[in-house]
Every structure is written in structure tokens, then in C-alpha cells.
Design a binder for this molecule. Structure first.
Ligand SMILES: *Cc1c(COP(=O)(O)O)cnc(C)c1O
Length: 396
């Protein structure tokens, strides 16, 4: 597994999650909430400087804010990036990258296995602006590079581990692409589970709504990259207007402090749950990068230091069994998020994907009995017992 101690003065990432982003704390131990929309200045020169400096933190909160900046500094440090910008959501971050960096006539190469919101943005929004998108299989060696149109392709969009079946993209291969900018949605891995910038990737985004904030109480997104790219993005973001709220940045920054222990616990629980599911007669398929049976398990151990809390699996018995399963869980709750303290289950076949044909679902890896589990922080024995009794109720 990767040793990430070379940056940050020899400290381990889990330690840096505690020490980072304290510059504007003054003597307060916890991050300070700057609940203000604007900041005063004394001279015209000062006002001009504050209004035009990329990443300015004391002019107007849409431009920047000390609470948000402290969170951004923390994420940048954990990613090994020069700079970070927070947005109002993960989609705010992704749409800022796509619409801020691409123009009419540009081309994007994106992976087919991707978050539904990102897919819709690329599929329905980009054509309206004359941006052409080619979708490729992100698990196939050389697929991104083969789809690049020299001089036309501006951006390569990847996600790893990816929705919905936890497939991986080889970060070394992605990082070696020259010409277009490369972007990775690293939400499922968290900044402590993998660091795409170290593999040569240009931009890393997270829905910090998920494991980074970690308590289901903040909707926020982040993009990290070089100072130059982030300065470009900042100029767009100020006009795009999807800035993070200081309160969400405060909650997300608080979340980072405990990300190390939460990720370790959720990864250990998920490994246990995945092994339990793999041995269960009513389960036909289990996707988890930590399982030796995952087709990219070797790649996972090379580029990820934790496998994360998400598992996708198939219940035997189709749509009906899948629906019965999610209604039979007692500890695991039905809700559409991940990375928080509560174990959550979703059955795309009877909820998010009812409007999509079975063939289209199958092409993205979603079968009738496919279930997604986000392992929470409850006792692992209780989670295993709960999923076991729900399987018995659904199929038994
Ligand atoms: C949730 C999610 C998003 C979108 O983030 P929001 O904060 O909901 O806008 C993007 N990518 C992945 C992988 C996600 O799980």
C-alpha cells in the first residue's frame, strides 16, 4: 500500500487530518464559524486588492470566507494539492469543473460507470453548450487515451471507485494522459483512502456531503488541483455562484478531524459484511474492492490505502426480493447517501432506476436485485445480523 508520509513534514495522513487548516483559528481549538456575508475594509486600494485576488477570504463570502478557506486548506493538504475550492455540493464542484474549463466546440472523454448526476450533466447539459462527450469503459486499459481527439479533448472525467458496482480506474494510467486535463471523482475513497494527485491526475473532486463531512448534516463539494488551475476555476466559481456555505464548511471541517477513525472502522466493517454476503446462499454477486474476488482487487491494493464502506450486491429473487430486503432491515435505513454514521441501504431497481429500462440498467451493472449498502459506525455484529435477517425475510 502507498506510503503517503513524504508530504506534510513526515506526518501520516490521519495526523494531518487533525493538524491541517488551523491558520485562521487564532487561539480557538475548533474551527470558527464566520457567519457573515461581507467584510469591511478601510481603503480603496485594499478593497480593490480583496476583490481581485484569487481565493480572497475577507471580501464577500461568495468570493471566500475564513471558515470555508480553513476547510479548503485542510482538503488541499490531504490531497497533496496546491489549492482547493469548496462548492455548495458535489454537483456544484463537478459542474464548475465541466462548465468552467470547457467551451463550445470542446470534447470530453468520460467514463460510463459514473454517478448519475455527473452522467446527466455530461449527457444532457453539455450538448446544449456544444460540448461533445464520448463515454468509455473506465475499467478497460487504454480506453480513455484511445477516445481522446488531439487538440479537441479538453477534459477526461473519471470516478474511482465508481457507481454503481465499485469498479476502479487505474490512476497511474489516467495520470499519464497528456493533453487534456484529467479529473477524478474520489468521493468513495475519501482523501485518506487514495490521493489521485500523486498519480499525476490534475483535479480531484469529492462530494464532501458524504464521508468527509461524515454526519449527514452538510451539503458541500470540493475540487483540488494546481494553484494555476484553481485560480482559473475560482474566477469561474465567483460568477457560477455555487459557493459553499460557511456553516456547511464548518461541519465538513469538523468531519475531517475524525475521518481517519471513521474510514478505518467503516472499511473494516465493510470487509466483514462483504465476506458474510459472499458466503450467503441468497446472494448471487458481491462487489467490494477489498474482496479477492473483485476483478480489480490487485489494483485496489496498489492505489487505495482503505477500501471504504460501500458494498454493492445482488439478492437472489429479482425486483421483489430486492424491495423486500430493504424494507426488512431494522438497523440499516433506506436513504440515498453514504459515508455517514448510519448504515444505509438502497434498492435502485425499485427507487432511483424505475424509469429506466431493464436493458439500460443492465448496461450500467444494475440488476433487478442489486442493493447498495453504505456501512455505518454501528457495531459490525449488529450490521451483519441485521442484513442476515433481512435476507432471510426477503428470500427465505
Ligand atoms: C453524492 C455524489 C455526488 C454528488 O454530490 P452532492 O453533494 O450530492 O451534489 C457526486 N459523486 C459521487 C460519487 C457521489 O456519491
Amino acid at each position: 500500500m502507498a506510503d503517503e508520509r513524504d508530504e506534510g513534514g513526515g506526518l501520516a495522513p490521519e495526523t494531518r487530518a487533525i493538524t491541517a487548516g488551523r491558520a485562521s483559528n487564532q487561539s480557538a481549538l475548533a474551527p470558527i464559524l464566520w457567519a457573515t456575508t461581507t467584510f469591511t475594509y478601510d481603503t480603496v486600494d485594499e478593497g480593490r486588492r480583496l476583490a481581485t485576488a484569487a481565493g480572497t477570504e475577507r471580501f464577500y463570502t461568495r468570493y471566500g470566507n475564513p471558515t470555508i478557506n480553513a476547510f479548503e486548506e485542510t482538503i488541499a493538504e490531504l490531497e497533496g494539492a496546491e489549492a482547493c475550492r469548496a462548492f455548495a455540493s458535489g454537483m456544484g464542484a463537478i459542474s464548475a469543473v465541466v462548465l468552467g474549463l470547457c467551451s463550445t466546440g470542446d470534447h470530453i472523454v468520460a467514463q460510463r460507470q459514473i454517478y448519475a448526476g455527473t452522467q446527466l450533466l455530461l449527457q444532457t447539459m453539455c450538448p446544449r453548450f456544444g460540448i461533445d462527450v464520448t463515454f468509455v469503459d473506465g475499467t478497460e486499459t487504454g480506453a480513455f487515451a484511445a477516445a481522446i481527439r488531439p487538440g479537441k479533448t479538453m477534459l477526461v472525467v473519471a470516478e474511482t471507485p465508481a457507481n454503481p458496482c465499485l469498479t476502479l480506474v487505474d490512476l497511474d494510467e489516467l495520470g499519464s494522459i497528456s493533453g487534456p486535463m484529467t479529473m477524478v471523482d474520489s468521493t468513495f475513497a475519501t482523501p485518506l483512502g487514495q490521493q489521485p494527485i500523486g498519480h499525476g491526475v490534475d483535479l480531484v473532486v469529492h462530494s464532501a456531503t458524504k464521508a468527509i463531512a461524515g454526519h449527514n448534516d452538510a451539503t458541500i463539494g470540493v475540487v483540488s488541483g494546481t494553484a494555476e488551475l484553481m485560480s482559473w476555476l475560482w474566477n469561474f466559481a465567483v460568477l457560477h455562484g455555487a459557493n459553499a456555505s460557511p456553516f456547511d464548511a464548518l461541519n465538513a471541517h469538523r468531519g475531517v478531524r475524525t475521518l481517519g477513525v471513521r474510514l478505518a472502522r467503516q472499511s473494516a466493517t465493510a470487509q466483514r459484511v462483504a465476506e458474510f454476503l459472499e458466503g450467503h446462499p441468497s446472494v448471487t454477486r458481491v462487489c467490494y474492492p477489498g474482496l479477492a474476488s473483485h476483478p480489480q482487487h490487485e489494483l485496489a491494493t496498489r492505489q487505495m490505502s482503505s477500501m471504504g464502506g460501500l458494498i454493492t450486491f445482488d439478492v437472489d429473487g429479482g425486483i421483489e426480493a430486492g424491495a423486500r430486503f430493504v424494507e426488512a432491515t431494522r438497523i440499516a435505513l433506506q436513504a440515498a447517501s453514504l459515508g455517514g454514521p448510519e448504515t444505509l441501504v438502497t434498492h435502485p431497481g425499485s427507487t432511483t432506476h424505475v424509469g429506466i429500462t431493464l436493458e439500460e440498467r443492465a448496461a450500467t451493472g444494475i440488476g433487478p436485485g442489486t442493493i447498495r449498502v453504505s456501512c455505518g459506525l454501528e457495531d459490525p455484529d449488529d450490521i451483519v445480523a441485521d442484513l442476515g435477517q433481512a435476507l432471510d425475510a426477503a428470500v427465505g
